[in-house]
Design a protein around this ligand. Structure first.
Ligand SMILES: [Mg+2]
Length: 191
């Protein structure tokens, strides 16, 4: 039955790394990490690695267990792409030995002509009709409209405040939505 679980598509910057909080007001429960993932070094136009200032990332080690406790299949939907497995997952308490699947976005980091966020159509393509919840700090109504038009299954596009990261309220929303989807998918349920 595991393939009937909805997908939970995870952004890093915003939901897991509340980068929008004031620099000297790290939110409670988070730890500070300084790291130089490949994508970060690549953004410094040929500067040698030792001269690149590390990226500060705040992560909450309670998030991994809380995410795993939800009735979803976890998937990265982040500009970190595969770096999320190497740099982020185990630091939030996800199992180190078990990489999550990654949605790849390529290098087309521009606004699309229809105004959707660059992640939106790859997310819909990846889900391929399967129910999904998506947590991200850059979701807009344009993206909701796109998903309504192009995704035949249930979808929850859940905006997360990048000043706070994932909160208990966000986890409750995700749990409630999964429970509703599961009720609707139960044979014999007609709602
Ligand atoms: Mg983000």
């Amino acid at each position: 039955m595991t393939d009937t679980k909805p997908l939970l598509l995870l952004d890093v910057d915003g939901p897991l790394n509340p980068f929008g909080a004031p620099p000297h007001r790290r939110p409670a429960g988070y730890q500070t990490h300084r790291m130089k993932p490949d994508n970060w070094i690549a953004q410094h136009d040929g500067l040698p690695e030792h001269r690149v200032k590390p990226l500060r990332v705040w992560l909450n080690p309670a998030h991994g267990p809380a995410l795993m406790a939800l009735p979803y299949e976890l998937v990265w939907a982040t500009t970190w792409e595969h770096d999320a497995n190497d740099w982020i997952g185990w630091r939030i308490g996800l199992p180190r030995e078990q990489d999550l699947p990654v949605i790849e976005f390529g290098d087309q980091w521009t606004v699309r002509p229809d105004g959707t966020y660059v992640k939106t159509w790859p997310v819909v393509a990846y889900a391929a009709g399967r129910p999904f919840a998506w947590v991200d700090d850059q979701i807009s109504d344009v993206d909701r409209a796109y998903v309504d038009r192009h995704h035949p299954g249930p979808a929850l596009l859940h905006w997360v405040d990048p000043r706070k990261g994932l909160t208990e309220d966000d986890f409750a929303v995700l749990a409630d939505w999964a429970a509703r989807i599961s009720t609707h998918n139960t044979p014999g349920a007609h709602q």
